[in-house]
Design a protein around this ligand. Structure first.
Ligand code: BGC
Ligand code: CA
Length: 295
């Protein structure tokens, strides 16, 4: 089914590479990054105002800590981020030997661990890996060989992690054990060649996976078996990620990018690089609260 639910651009941007939306219920606000600006934006859903925090390096993702503040994955490694103080305190740089790489997308699992992927910033070599960062701040390389890692997401029972190799158009599923080990890597979904590249993802309260299509003008909702359940058309080509927000988690927020858009294409996409809000109240669809880093 193709859903033409009202899609509203609530912030014009333009972001260069808007990514990683995270809803913070206690603030009624959405945080998201512009990887290449680089900066963090905070969108206040009540007032509609956006505040921007400049970051010192490319920032792939920013996720909340249970104790307050954030953990971020940057071009030069992992760091705690305190936006109020404007402080970025380095934790570790797992890829100090790969200066052409940067970190990209990330998410927190049910055990409070961060899963984040790296990639070749030039998007040509398969130098990217998937990492697990534990609450004790130890990091572990869990999978490798990616040109562009993306969209970790977890099934509701926490036993499956989804992770994407964007250029292959493949979304993998792995079995995830309580101790954080991965097994049984398999292709869960492969996007057709004319549907763009799978980018950021989120799992909803029905265990369905929502996938942003970079260069694909849409977000698709997949059943747990990997079958297309519905498509939300978005009026921009480079759709990068999505997350549920709002008091009832019935609003889908969608980020996008202007990176690599030719002037002509940009003229045809006045909302490119904006932030979109899709009101799903009344549809029965909703998200689940996001986990927080336990370290
Ligand atoms: C990356 C972009 C890339 C895109 C492709 C994003 O997550 O940050 O650099 O072009 O995915 O899907
Ligand atoms: Ca992404």
């Amino acid at each position: 089914m193709t859903d033409t639910t009202h899609v509203r651009c609530v912030w014009p941007g333009p972001a260069i590479l808007g990514e990683g939306p995270v809803w913070m219920p206690e603030e009624n606000a959405l945080y998201f990054v512009d990887i290449k600006a680089p900066c963090v934006h905070r969108y206040d859903a009540a007032s509609g105002e956006t505040a921007t925090h400049t970051m010192p390096a490319y920032i792939g993702c920013l996720l909340p800590r249970a104790q307050g503040g954030f953990i971020g994955a940057f071009q030069n490694g992992l760091a705690f981020v305190d936006l109020a103080r404007g402080a970025v305190d380095p934790i570790a740089d797992p890829e100090a030997d790969l200066p052409g790489n940067r970190f990209n997308d990330g998410k927190i699992d049910a055990h409070g661990r961060l899963w984040t992927g790296s990639m070749d910033n030039a998007e040509s070599e398969p130098t990217g890996s998937l990492y697990r960062v534990d609450p004790d701040l130890s990091w572990h390389r869990m999978d490798e060989g990616y040109i562009c890692t993306n969209g970790p997401a977890f099934s509701l029972d926490g036993r499956t992690i989804y992770h994407t190799s964007s250029y292959e158009r493949e979304i993998y599923a792995f079995d995830l054990s309580d101790d954080g080990t991965l097994a049984n890597k398999r292709t869960h979904i492969r996007l057709p060649d004319d549907a763009g590249y799978p980018d950021g993802m989120t799992v909803d309260a029905d265990d369905h996976l929502w996938v942003a299509h970079y260069d694909g003008w849409r977000v698709t909702r997949f059943t747990p078996a990997g079958v297309v359940e519905r498509v939300l058309e978005i009026p921009v080509a480079h759709v990068t990620s999505c997350a549920f927000g709002g008091p009832e988690l019935t609003t889908l927020y969608v980020t996008c990018a202007t990176k690599n858009l030719a002037d002509e294409a940009r003229a045809e996409q006045p909302h490119a690089g904006g932030l979109f809000e899709i009101d799903l109240s009344g549809t029965g669809l909703r998200g689940v609260p996001q986990n927080r880093f336990a370290g």
